[in-house]
Design a protein around this ligand. Structure first.
Ligand code: NAD
Length: 523
């Protein structure tokens, strides 16, 4: 149970590029969180009863307003998370604008009752329907690396299906979450239907322990496992979008120029702090040296700096702890024989959180850089000799979020993709699957449970109810009480009629069972 004992701590929003304190917050206490959930619970039925069309209209209005305010939202994201403004626009704002397009186009049909045809002869007199109903109050806990697109796509899916949401954003990016809430409220989502509780892990834990009906969590494996334990104790349904160690496989027929450009973008977008980023790269030995040369020369062209500078390609890391992880992984790799081809040091002249984009060669699976999530601007590259070996290396990981395969032969890439243990495999691209609103997002193994985005993301936001309605309300059912030898023989006949191997036996079974239809039960 989470209590209110410690409230002295503060949550501080800091610009990672400059160190400027943007705002300090009093974190929400367990009592505050419980009260938010209660308010959300009280407000949810009215929001649900509004009807799908009206909720869709609210989302449409949100889309218009977000488009109008896209520059200021992107600026807030860059100020708090450090990424280049153009990345804030494309990988955050545009992803959300398009996800609204998906929800607007698909939610009405998704929520419509679904007729279920009954195949069994015994059940033909019943009409069946699948109803999709909101869970009630959905808790959303989100990370700092995509502080707008992750909570927004999840929150929008929950809202449009009739749920209320209590969102606990990362303690590093509270302002971005508050900007999202303001836009939603201005667009017509009632204040109690979407609430933000600002705070750190303690506040997050309070939300997990509050009276929510489902939790959508995005964050690290460590936190995800902790949450899963708490959730298991009370059978709280959860979606866990966790870490990754995504492999990139460059086959012997790949275009080196294209694949190296993809590797550099995939490894350094958002300074490598992307769950879907290229965390390990495997290249066929015949292309290994040209690929490394191409990566190094491309990395040398990258401009590292403040995300507000339009020429910046790579921004700062979020905080000192993240830099230390990157440094420790590189140190470990070098100690075990890896070569640093470019980068490998802090860029202290730029500020406290900048690290030079780094390419490592001669890495292997004994090194932490190939096993643990680094979440920083490092591209470790390792050679392989056959497609089978590449698949084995890709699957030799506790994670399974996404992977990419690079080849001029699409069908070869697609058939290898089927052998990779991951939630998503892209052929000849990387990371951008997150921007495909129709595509389910999520992982296997330690990368998590469940899916967000697309049709499967909507599925997570609803409970399934089966509604069965009998078409002959004044007829007693054949299988009700009134058992006896005659009835047993009739039922043996019925089973023969339905499932016997030979048509003759089926026919005899039909004749034997016919009397059951008109029989009168004992009760
Ligand atoms: P984190 O696990 O430290 O924090 C995530 C969120 O959980 C934050 O809001 C945090 O305050 C909260 N939290 C921390 N402890 C908690 C607790 N005990 N109970 C409840 N909530 C708690 O992760 P992070 O550093 O913010 O994010 C980086 C991680 O997220 C990486 O591992 C990355 O791969 C992963 N991630 C995954 C996806 C995905 O879609 N699979 C997307 C983005 C990031």
């Amino acid at each position: 149970m989470v209590t209110d004992v410690q409230v002295a701590r503060k949550v501080t929003s800091i610009n990672p590029a400059t160190g400027e304190v943007l705002r300090e917050f009093e974190p929400a206490s367990a009592t505050d969180v419980a009260a938010s959930v209660d308010r959300a619970r009280a407000a949810q039925p009215k929001w649900n009863n509004l009807g799908t069309q009206k909720r869709i209209a609210v989302l449409h209005e949100f889309q218009r307003r977000l488009n109008d305010r896209r520059s200021s939202v992107a600026q807030t994201i860059t100020a708090e998370a450090g990424k280049p403004l153009v990345e804030a626009l494309l990988t955050e704002v545009v992803v959300v604008l398009d996800s609204v397009r998906f929800y607007v186009e698909n939610t009405y049909a998704f929520l419509r009752d679904e007729h279920v045809a009954h195949g069994s002869l015994a059940m033909k007199t019943k009409s069946g329907r699948i109803l999709r109903e909101p869970h009630g109050v959905i808790g959303v806990i989100s990370p700092w690396n995509y502080p707008f697109s992750i909570p927004a796509t999840e929150t929008l899916a929950a809202l449009v299906t009739g749920n209320a949401v209590v969102l606990k954003p990362s303690e590093f990016t509270s302002l971005t979450a508050l900007a999202l809430a303001e836009l939603l409220h201005d667009s017509g989502v009632p204040n109690d239907v979407l609430q933000v509780v600002v705070g750190d892990g303690t506040t997050g834990s309070a939300l997990v322990n509050a009276r929510i009906d489902k939790l959508i969590f995005t964050g690290s494996v460590t936190t995800g496992k902790r949450i899963a334990e708490t959730a298991a104790a009370r059978l709280l349904p959860v979606v866990l979008e966790l870490g990754g160690k995504d492999p990139m496989l460059v086959l012997d027929d790949a275009d080196v120029d294209v694949a190296s450009a993809g590797a550099v973008w995939g490894a350094f977008v958002n300074a490598g702090q992307a769950c879907l980023s290229v965390e390990r790269c495997y290249v066929h030995r015949s292309l290994y040296q040209p690929f490394l040369d191409a990566c190094v020369s491309k990395v040398k062209l990258l401009k590292v700096g403040d995300g507000t500078d339009p020429h910046t390609d790579v921004g700062p890391l979020i905080h000192e702890r993240q830099l230390q992880t990157v440094e420790s992984h590189i140190e470990d790799a070098v100690k075990l024989g890896a070569r640093v081809l470019v980068g490998g040091f802090r860029l202290s002249d730029l500020g406290t959180n900048f690290y030079a984009p780094t390419v490592l060669a001669d890495v292997n699976h004994q090194m932490r850089i190939m096993r643990d999530e680094t979440f920083g601007p490092v591209l470790p590259v390792m050679p392989f000799d056959s497609d089978d070996e590449a698949v084995c290396l890709a699957n030799d990981s506790e994670f399974g979020l996404a992977a990419s395969i690079w080849t001029r032969d699409r069908s070869r890439g697609e058939s290898l993709a089927r052998r990779i243990h991951a939630g998503t495999v892209m052929v000849n691209d990387v990371v951008s699957c997150f921007g495909i609103s129709e595509a389910p997002h999520g992982g296997v193994k330690a990368s998590g449970l469940g899916r967000t985005h697309g049709r499967f993301g909507l599925d997570e936001m609803v409970r399934i109810k089966y509604l069965d309605s009998d078409l002959l309300p004044s007829v007693k059912k054949v299988w009700w009480y009134g058992y006896g030898e005659k009835f047993s023989r009739q039922m043996e006949g019925f089973v023969d009629m339905m499932f016997a191997r030979r048509w003759g036996t089926r026919l005899r079974g039909a004749l034997r069972s016919a009397g059951a239809v008109t029989r009168k039960g004992r009760l």
